[in-house]
Design a binder for this molecule. Sequence first.
Ligand code: SF4
Length: 168
Amino acid sequence: MSHIPDLEADCAACAALCCMALAFDAGEDFAIDKPAGLPCPNLDADLGCTLYSRLESAGFPGCARYDCTGAGQRMTQELFAGRSWRDEPALAEPMIAAFAQMRQVHRGIELLVAAGRLDLPGALEEEREELLIAHARTDWTRDSLDAFTTCGVSTRLAAFLHRLRDWV
Ligand code: SF4
């Protein structure tokens, strides 16, 4: 039985990773350009957003819509013990890398849980369960996340999802 992590973002338990790690382009979703790896100028010293209550009217509807599916807080707490790149700038680079990897893991879990609601034939259901076990680990480390992104699971997941086209 796989352990499904919390897939709901908990920004209070995260080191504001989406506001630092991700890039955005000025346009309908974001009022400004921001390169990946630089903190958003609207981020305050305590890692809160100064525009939080008015993101849409201030020109940042993309932030209101963004959902890390729980990857941010999990990575911050489980892999970095609640530490922050703000207090320890040397953590920025490894946190950016681990955030990308954990987003991939959580996105995979989200898709595989959704696939579990389909009436899949036996072989496909077995494949779904195997892939879910590979994604829904409870013992992620920075090394195992590194290994995960190169071990071919993502390719298997993509092939599995492609095979679901007759059931959706
Ligand atoms: S506008 Fe606020 S929510 Fe959006 S990236 Fe900047 S600090 Fe984060």
